[in-house]
Ligand binder design. Structure first.
Ligand SMILES: O=C(CO)[C@H](O)[C@H](O)COP(=O)(O)O
Length: 234
């Protein structure tokens, strides 16, 4: 199967709808980015059409457009410093810790700002995303400023990356984030000490943010063949 009816798409939709149904009247909601978050935005749009009143902060221009199309009222951090809930997808979820890798969709910086501003950060994934070690199925995306990116890539290699290459778009140009920066997709192999790695990456001049989300997730909805499991951080 392929397209919207494929098994994976059904799983994404199942997880997304479960999380969207946590949202209550009057809440401010962080809207994630990606093909799973899309279903959450759709479901919230259905609920808004039924009378749910919410205000939302999107994590990307793409999600803002989807939210407006779905009839969801947008707001911003000038009006709300704290969100009641944020719901987002992920590229990896580490079993037990619920540490994440995010950013294959390019929105990691805004996603992290929104996640850290939320009282409750809920992650929605299909059964391909759980891992034992970060770095198992995805590179670590690192958002960097354009100036001197070649030097920043070398510093990332000194931190243990075996690959630190700029993401390209479908036209063969550098992929540019909504914030006007580049993404370096970094392969570190299986990551044993994510806390230490995050400290080292965070200290590199030129790095804006990285895609490891450590100690941020409150719960995860994982869709699989027997239904949707709800995991809480231990
Ligand atoms: O971090 C992200 C975007 O920056 C996405 O949440 C992540 O890439 C998962 O996307 P998808 O649900 O399409 O697999």
């Amino acid at each position: 199967m392929s397209g919207a009816g494929s098994e994976i798409e059904i799983y994404k939709r199942m997880a997304a709808r479960r999380a969207a149904d946590l949202v209550e009247d009057g809440m401010t909601v962080g809207l994630g980015t990606g093909s799973t978050a899309k279903y959450m935005i759709e479901r919230l749009g259905e609920r808004v059409a039924e009378g749910l009143r919410i205000e939302a902060i999107p994590t990307s221009i793409d999600s803002a457009e989807k939210a407006v199309k779905a009839g969801i009222k947008l707001t911003d951090f000038s009006k709300h410093r704290v969100l009641d809930i944020a719901i987002d997808g992920a590229d990896e979820v580490q079993r037990g810790t619920l540490h994440l890798v995010k950013g294959l969709g390019g929105a990691l910086l805004r996603e992290k700002i929104v996640a850290q501003s939320a009282k409750r950060f809920v992650v929605i994934v299909d059964n391909r995303k759980p891992v034992d070690h970060l770095g198992e199925r995805a590179p670590i995306p690192v958002e960097v400023v354009f100036f001197g990116w070649e030097c920043t890539a070398e510093r990332l290699m000194e931190c243990g990356a075996v690959v630190a290459k700029p993401r390209m778009d479908s036209h063969g140009h550098h992929y540019i984030t909504d914030n006007g920066n580049l993404i370096l997709d970094c392969v570190f192999g299986l990551i044993d000490d994510a806390e230490k790695l995050q400290q080292r990456i965070g200290s590199i001049v030129g790095v804006v943010e990285h895609g490891m989300f450590l100690n941020m997730t409150n719960e995860v909805f994982v869709a699989m063949d027997h239904g949707v499991e709800r995991w809480e951080r231990k």
